[in-house]
Ligand binder design. Structure first.
Ligand code: TMP
Length: 211
């Protein structure tokens, strides 16, 4: 029987090295039978993604509640495709997802927009089988190339985001020390991924978020 694909998610603050590690993981999985695809959110290629891109690069201003919903809608528009791919045996290596949505929106401390509010539009989306949380201090992240180009890349804000990720950590999360050399991080990532593929977690259906 065809084993379904794995949903492997990387989360972390800006410049925590997620994209580098996604690329390295996808490269490794390509050499195995795993048929990986590299996805990222926001997906800036769609119409909603273009709105998000303009917001992040400060070309447009949007209401905070509205922008949270646009980020969520940008995942919603990919929901069926994600389930189909996972059920057809393709593994998805995803750079950011709903937890970023919550960690960043909650960092804005907006009255009435609590965790429950943030979760609602994400309900029923595919649930990751493994969340690799790339933990790095906001100071180290800020010293990395390209930092400060986009809207949220400000030290004080990133500290709040980091605290929110700590608060959101749940089942299927593995914390990786992302301040280490790239290869060492990759080795830890591979260990967590190998553990996932050899566990029974992929024998059940794809989970649904917040249900
Ligand atoms: P990126 O640099 O990984 O493309 O992420 C874009 C920015 O958008 C990053 O600062 C995190 C933020 N973000 C949200 O605020 N909400 C979300 O739902 C996602 C996926 C990202």
């Amino acid at each position: 029987m065809l084993q379904r694909g794995a949903f492997i998610l990387f989360e972390g603050i800006d410049r925590s090295g997620k994209t580098t590690q996604c690329n390295k993981l996808v490269e490794c999985l390509q050499k195995s039978e795993r048929k990986p695809e590299h996805w990222r959110f926001p997906d800036r290629s769609t119409e909603l993604g273009k709105v998000i891109n303009n917001f992040l690069s400060s070309k447009v201003e949007l209401d905070d509640a509205a922008v949270h919903l646009v980020f969520a809608a940008n995942r919603r528009e990919k929901c069926k495709d994600m389930f189909n791919k996972l059920n057809s045996g393709i593994s998805l290596v995803v750079d950011r997802y709903s937890y970023s949505g919550m960690a960043y929106t909650l960092a804005k401390d907006i009255p009435d927009m609590d965790q429950q509010w943030c979760m609602m539009p994400e309900r029923g989306l595919p649930e990751p089988d493994l969340v690799l949380y790339m933990r790095v201090s906001p100071e180290v992240a800020a010293s990395r190339g390209g930092y400060g180009e986009e809207r949220y890349e400000k030290a004080e804000f990133q500290k709040k985001v980091a605290a929110n990720f700590d608060m959101l950590k749940g089942k299927n999360w593995v914390e990786i020390d992302a301040g280490q050399p790239i290869q060492k991080i990759h080795d830890e990532v591979m260990k967590a991924v190998d553990d996932l593929y050899s566990s029974s977690r992929l024998s059940g259906p794809v989970g649904k978020l917040y249900t």
